[in-house]
Design a protein around this ligand. Structure first.
Ligand code: ATP
Length: 298
């Protein structure tokens, strides 16, 4: 992480608690509560951290992280607007994405996503993550999962909740709260080894699996069983047979036991673009084969 002049950077992102109107709760996470808010007439999301867990050192580290987040600008990365960092309160203010998380969208199952949409969503995530990994210095997310991927009105997906690894805990086994989400974590992270960009690639593979199956990963196992199965017994999620072989090979490459052999987000973006071309051609030829009056009715 770059060294940040916390005092001067503070002025760039500091939001006054009194300027915020905090409304209804929209979500709960391991670090606190997310609420709808108003900030100078704009609708925002306010993540209020539960202060009890953080030491003075952690607050200082939080300030460094938010100073870095303020520098990030990408259409697939959640827009961070500022933070309240007083000793009484620790909050993060960001744009509010009305459809909530990808996890919620996939589990609601109200509207079936077609394959072209799923590919677009995977591309959004890969592009956002590629931006973070190509940042100088690279930003490793460490907690990439569908509940940290937010969906806007027109179904664009944005990566959220990155860069807080110092405030949160780095590995599953070191969590004090035990509230980590091992279902998305790479085997090396579950074994308490160091995490790098390639650990995010493993997690992306799990998100690809969720996009394909609309299921919850390792739903029938408890956390310790997931750690055992993935971290120590080299097990992977079961892939249904009817999924496109290109999508299957993408997932499998992300789950390589040797992290070095997993692809980069740049490579994944290119492979997803190939898949996108294939589905566009398929879609166009299906349309062309339909009688004209069918298309008019549709
Ligand atoms: P964890 O804390 O373990 O990472 P989490 O990602 O679910 O879990 P939060 O980041 O606190 O926890 O978010 C909780 C929920 O609040 C999300 O799953 C999402 O549904 C909602 N949420 C968070 N930020 C936003 C936002 N900017 N716009 C809309 N909904 C949001």
């Amino acid at each position: 992480m770059n060294k940040v002049d916390t005092n001067s950077d503070c002025l760039e992102y500091e939001i006054l608690w009194d300027d915020l109107t905090v409304g209804e709760e929209i979500g709960q996470g391991s670090c606190g509560t997310v609420c709808r808010g108003l900030w100078f007439g704009s609708v925002v999301a306010v993540k209020v951290f539960s202060k009890v867990e953080y030491s003075e050192e952690a607050i200082q580290s939080f300030r460094q992280e938010v100073a870095l987040m303020k520098r990030l600008r990408h259409p697939n990365v959640l827009l961070f607007m500022g933070a309240v960092t007083s000793p009484q309160r620790l909050c993060m203010v960001s744009e509010l994405l009305p459809r909530g998380s990808l996890f919620q969208l996939l589990q609601r199952k109200t509207s079936k996503l077609d394959w072209r949409r799923r590919i677009l969503m995977a591309l959004d995530i890969a592009r956002g993550m590629n931006y973070l990994h190509c940042f100088s210095p690279p930003i490793v997310h460490r907690d990439l999962k569908s509940s940290n991927l937010l969906v806007d009105r027109n179904l664009t997906v944005k990566v959220a909740d990155f860069g807080l690894s110092r405030v949160k805990h780095e590995t599953y086994l070191t969590t004090k709260s035990g509230k980590g989400t091992p279902q998305w974590m790479a085997p090396e992270v579950l074994r308490n080894e160091s995490a790098d960009e390639k650990s995010d690639i493993y997690s992306f593979g799990v998100v690809l699996w969720e996009l394909a199956t609309e299921k919850i990963p390792w739903e029938t196992l408890n956390s310790m069983q997931v750690i055992g199965a993935v971290g120590f017994m080299n097990q992977r999620l079961e892939i249904p047979k009817d999924i496109d072989p290109l999508w299957i090979s993408l997932m499998e490459s992300c789950w390589h036991n040797d992290a070095k052999l997993r692809p980069t987000f740049q490579e994944l973006t290119e492979r997803l673009r190939e898949l996108q071309r294939k589905y566009t051609i398929q879609f166009q030829s299906t349309r062309a084969a339909l009688p004209e009056n069918y298309l008019l009715k549709g």
